[in-house]
Design a protein around this ligand. Structure first.
Ligand code: F0G
Length: 456
C-alpha cells in the first residue's frame, strides 16, 4: 500500500498553506504527524494570498445568511456555509457532511442569576449530529482525508472524537480505527463508534498513551490522523465562532468560556476570533477563557508555574472523562489565544463541575460534565473580578447530556462522590438532586409524592 501525502489532490492548494506555529516555516503539504519537519511544532492552516483581503465583510455576511435558504447539502451545513474562510474544495460534492453546525444559542436566565451576570448564553454544540462539537471539525478533516486518497482514518479519543470520526468516515466510505483508554470513556460514546462501524481498540492506558501510540502509528501505516493536531479539524471548528457571532448580529460578547482538554477547540475558536477581527467582521475581540478540571489542569499549571513557556504535564483524573487529558497537544496554540484575547485560565473542582452540570440541566438544556466546567469556571472568574458583573458571557456547551448518563444517574441517586474525599461535602448538592422514586402503583402514592414535591 502506498502512503499518500496529506496535501489534497484536486483541491486548489494555492488557497492555503501549512505554517509552523513555532518557526513560521511555510509548506504546501504536511507530513502525516502534522508537525514541522524542522522544529517539530504543530502546524496551522493559513491563507497567504490574503484570501480574505479581497472580501467585503458586509457581502460575506449576506452570502452566509443567504446560504441558509439554499437546499444544497453544502449550504445546509453550518460549517461549509462559511466555506469562504475554509480550505477550498474543487467542487461542492466533495464535502462529507451530516448537516453539522447550525446549533442553537440559548439564554440561561437561571444560571445568569446564580452567577450574577446580566446576560448569559449557552452555545449548544452538543446538538450536532453525533452529539458534540467535534462534528464541526470532523466534516472538514474527513473531507480532506478522502481527497488526499486515504482509505483509513484514525484517532485517539476520550470518546467524542471517536464517535464523530466513525460517523464521518462511514458517510464518506472510509474505514476508521479508534484508540480509546480501556474503561475510561462513557459507554454511550463507545457505542456510537461501534454502531458507525469503527475498528475500536480499548487500550490499557490513558488518553495520552493512546495519542502517543497514534503518533507512532501514522508514521508507519497509511492512516490519516483525525485528532485535533490535524489543522483541518481546527479550521472546521472555527465556524462555531463564526456562527455564534452571526447569531449575535456580529456584536461580540465580552467573554466566551470554553472547556480545555487537548486544547484544540479553544485554539480554533481563538483563531476564528482573530481572523474575524482582521477581516473587519467584528470590531473587537471578546476575551476567550479556558476552564479545566482540577484533576486535569496541565494548562493552568503551565501558565502558573512555567509562565506558558513549556508544558507541565499531569497525570489526569476527573469524572469529566471527556477532558481527562494530562498532556494537551495544542497547549502552545491555547497560550497564544489567551495572550491574543486577554482571557483567563482557571480550574474547577469535581464538586463544582457536578453542581454546574445540574444547574444547566435545571434550565432544561443539559450537557455533559466536561461542558459544565464552563459555568463552574464563570462563577470563579466573577469572584476573581475577571468577569465584571455587567458583562455579557457565552458558554460553549461542548457535549450532549446523553453522552454520559452514568454520571447523571449517579449524581441524582447520590452515589457520585461515594467513597471519595468529597463524600461529606457533596451533601451540599442535595437540593439539586432529583432521584427517581420507586412507588406502589397506586393513585394515593403518586398524589402524596406530588404534594410532597409541591412543598419542597
Ligand atoms: N468537551 C467535550 C465534551 C469533549 O469531548 C472535549 C474533548 C472537550 C470538551 C475538550 O476539548 O480537547 O479541544 O480542549 N474531547 C476529546 C475527545 C479529546 O477525544 O473526544 P479540547
Amino acid at each position: 500500500m502506498s502512503s499518500p501525502s496529506s496535501s489534497a489532490p484536486g483541491v486548489p492548494q494555492a488557497t492555503f498553506r501549512f505554517r509552523c506555529i513555532g518557526c513560521g516555516d511555510l509548506r504546501e503539504s504536511a507530513s502525516q504527524n502534522f508537525r514541522c519537519p524542522q522544529c517539530k511544532d504543530l502546524l496551522e492552516i493559513i491563507y497567504p494570498q490574503g484570501k480574505e483581503s479581497s472580501f467585503d465583510p458586509t457581502k460575506l455576511k449576506s452570502t452566509w445568511r443567504n446560504r441558509r435558504l439554499s437546499s444544497t447539502p453544502i449550504d445546509q451545513s453550518g460549517v461549509w456555509r462559511f466555506r469562504d474562510l475554509l480550505p477550498a474544495l474543487a467542487s461542492e460534492g466533495q464535502a462529507i457532511t451530516l448537516r453539522e453546525g447550525n446549533t442553537p444559542l440559548y439564554e440561561l436566565p437561571q444560571c445568569a442569576r446564580i452567577t450574577g451576570v446580566p446576560r448569559l448564553l449557552g452555545k449548544h454544540q452538543g446538538l450536532n449530529p453525533t452529539g458534540s462539537f467535534k462534528d464541526a471539525g470532523m466534516t472538514v478533516a474527513a473531507t480532506f482525508a478522502r481527497l488526499a486518497g486515504f482509505r483509513w482514518v484514525a484517532c485517539a479519543s476520550t470518546g467524542n472524537t471517536s464517535a464523530s470520526m466513525a460517523a464521518y468516515a462511514a458517510r464518506g466510505g472510509l474505514r476508521s480505527l479508534v484508540l480509546v483508554p480501556d474503561g475510561k470513556i462513557s459507554w454511550s460514546k463507545l457505542s456510537q463508534a461501534l454502531d458507525y462501524g469503527a475498528v475500536t481498540c480499548q487500550l490499557r492506558t490513558d488518553f495520552d498513551g493512546c495519542l502517543r501510540l497514534l503518533q507512532e502509528l501514522v508514521l508507519r501505516a497509511p492512516v490519516y490522523q483525525l485528532n485535533s493536531i490535524n489543522p483541518f479539524r481546527l479550521e472546521g471548528q472555527k465556524t462555531l465562532a463564526l456562527e455564534l457571532l452571526e447569531q449575535l448580529d456580529w456584536q461580540p460578547p465580552d467573554h466566551i468560556i470554553v472547556p480545555g482538554g487537548n486544547l484544540g477547540n479553544s485554539s480554533a475558536i481563538g483563531k476564528a476570533l482573530v481572523e474575524m477581527r482582521d477581516l473587519g467582521l467584528i470590531s473587537r475581540l471578546p476575551k476567550l477563557s479556558i476552564i479545566q478540571a482540577e484533576g486535569a489542569n496541565a494548562l493552568v499549571r503551565t501558565l502558573r508555574e512555567a509562565a506558558g513557556k513549556c508544558l507541565i504535564s499531569v497525570q489526569a483524573e476527573t469524572r469529566a472523562t471527556a477532558v481527562r487529558i494530562g498532556n494537551p497537544a495544542s497547549w502552545k496554540k491555547a497560550v497564544h489565544v489567551l495572550e491574543a484575547t486577554g482571557g483567563a485560565c482557571e480550574q474547577v473542582s469535581e464538586l463544582e463541575i457536578a453542581q454546574a452540570k445540574a444547574e444547566i440541566g435545571a434550565e432544561g438544556i443539559g450537557c455533559e460534565p466536561a461542558s459544565a466546567v464552563t459555568l463552574a469556571g464563570l462563577k470563579k472568574l466573577v469572584k476573581l473580578g475577571l468577569v465584571k458583573r455587567e458583562e455579557s458571557v457565552v458558554l460553549i456547551l461542548t457535549g450532549n447530556l446523553l453522552k454520559d448518563p452514568d454520571f447523571t444517574m449517579e449524581f441524582h441517586r447520590g452515589d457520585l462522590f461515594k467513597g471519595t474525599p468529597d463524600e461529606t461535602a457533596s451533601a451540599g448538592l442535595n437540593p439539586l438532586r432529583r432521584p427517581p422514586r420507586v412507588l406502589d402503583a397506586t393513585l394515593d402514592a403518586v398524589i402524596r409524592t406530588l404534594e410532597q414535591s409541591e412543598k419542597s
